[in-house]
Design a binder for this molecule. Sequence first.
Ligand SMILES: *Cc1c(COP(=O)(O)O)cnc(C)c1O
Length: 233
Amino acid sequence: MVNIANNLETVKASIEKAALAAGRKPDAVRLVAVTKTHPPEFIEEAIAAGHLLYGENRVQESESKWPLLKEKYVNVRLHLIGPLQSNKAASAVRLFDVIETVDRQKLARALARHMDEIGRRPGCFIQVNTGAEPQKAGILPDQADDFIRQCHDDFQLPVRGLMCIPPVDEEPSLHFALLRELAERNGVEELSMGMSADFEIAVQFGATLVRVGTAVFGTRGDYHKKDNHHQPG
Ligand SMILES: *Cc1c(COP(=O)(O)O)cnc(C)c1O
């Protein structure tokens, strides 16, 4: 059995320790608990332990579990941390409080339009493909300055931060340092970087948000599989 409350405490203690070691304030870093593949009961356990900030990587999976949870627990906040197709932009604007994966013009334009239509403005992070990996989402580092400016000035998106997922087989610190440099150069405040395996390094390099799944909820579940999408009640 996974002890979610214990795990939350352990991860938060590690974040604080890493922040203090880096000369940062412990409350300068927030934990986004990543609940993808896990059922609502796991999430309610984390909420009962007092945790309010969550991340999901798929719109469809999120729509099957979060509307009821958000109704029941009005203080929870939900971040989208996975790739977003333009045709799901409206759903994302309705459900998420922050969209961390804005990475191309077409999506930025769609988000801007839906925010106007829906009258809801989730904070936006620009995802940067720091390793320039062909299969990975994110704007390329050498196009990031222009894209950030465009999102802000042309599309008037509420750009709050940058996000990255370093290549699995590389030293993450180089990627964290690059993301931080891009943020500083563009006057962007928040940095979403670091996962279960490397969040302490990310904190050392200035992360303001770390996205941690496995270290809190254990190995991935199977809630994302279509057959498991039941409507409660
Ligand atoms: C799943 C996921 C995480 C969390 O990964 P863990 O290794 O389980 O902590 C973080 N960020 C993104 C974008 C993810 O998809």
